[in-house]
Design a protein around this ligand. Sequence first.
Ligand code: 3PG
Length: 433
Amino acid sequence: MAQNSNYVTVDGEFDSLEKRSFLTIDDYNLENQTIILRIDINSSINPENGDLLDDTRIKRHAATVKELAEMNAKVIILAHQSRPGKLDFVSLKKHGERMSKIINKKITFVDDLYGDKAINNIKKLENGNILLLDNVRFDKEEIKLNKFVNNNFDEQNNSKMVKILAPYASYFVNDAFAASHRCQPSLVGFSESMPALAGRVMQRELDFLGKAISSGPTPRIAVLGGSKAADSVAIAQNFLEKGVEQILTGGVVANIFLMASGVDIGKPSTEFIEKQIPEHKKVINLAKNLLDKYGKRIQIPTDVALNIERKRNGTNIDNLPQNYPLFDIGIDTLVNYINIIEKAGTIIANGPMGVFEDSEFATGTNEIFSAISKSDGMTVVGGGETAMAFNQMGLASGIRHISTGGGACISFMSGETMPALEAMRRSKNKFSN
Ligand code: 3PG
């Protein structure tokens, strides 16, 4: 097994728990080998003209594509864009053009997945060539075979795409962390027939996220906010079990914990939770159990900013009025949270502290995100909306790792079994000696 990469991991060492359960590109000599590489370049697209509106993921995966091509491997890329029925459910032609510009290397795109056109192009590949096949979700089976049934991947392994493409390759490199919570043929089906290796994006995600949760420098803290409170309470539970020392709550997540601790958060905020979170009773119950078990390790606001006639109005949580919604954390809470952030060795953040889109209520999120970006600790930020907020605020450059995953990041942080990661683990057991 070769150890030939310049890849720099956390603290110069890939020692998270996840590393031990996966193979990576460094474990094999891939020179002259044919590789099926699954990436996630699902991007925002202008429905009017099909132009890419964001190329963040394309840029991130470009490093893996380039490295494999420079190793003189023959690279067959698989990826998806959107879902059937959506306006941005389009071919990957423009993604290929953008990727090619980024790596300054030719990428052949074919509008086919496993038909004659695709196979003819695969047969023509020479060492160092890159071929991008079309949107895997144009294949009906990729959409249909999405269940992790009886804890096996038989259906996906036996899909047409896998049966036809697998014989042409010796290795499967999975770089699609952002889709690793999905159980689809292109993500899990190749791992039984050949060694499945984590690509650089996947490796970096598992390294940083795994380490931030379970083994990063102490004290390890998490900042959880936003409106996806059901997810966040599950994440809080997993983090606390894995030894994250403190959870700082904001947004609707904080409101749930306030309710769980017996605070009446007023009519509008209560109704919002009842409407937006169908399983709110269960979520509040879980939050209550966590507060009983972990006490002060869960920090909840002591003061908040109410929205009174669109103006910020700071108030203590002891005497909240009935008629105004909670739109941000208050100043005392902010000072307390910043103190904790400044002392933290590891910070993992997901979700804003309030309605930051409205400048009147952006203080909490701005100040907390700014403090995180100034931290000398290991800072990790969840993908999707949180990543977007850090970018919009110009704070992204201060963060060590921003996840490419939205749903996948939430799934990982909640400690769920993720099919594509499970497939890589099994592949390691099967193929490594
Ligand atoms: C994402 O954008 O989160 C991933 O590409 C997964 O997409 P999906 O939710 O359509 O499976």
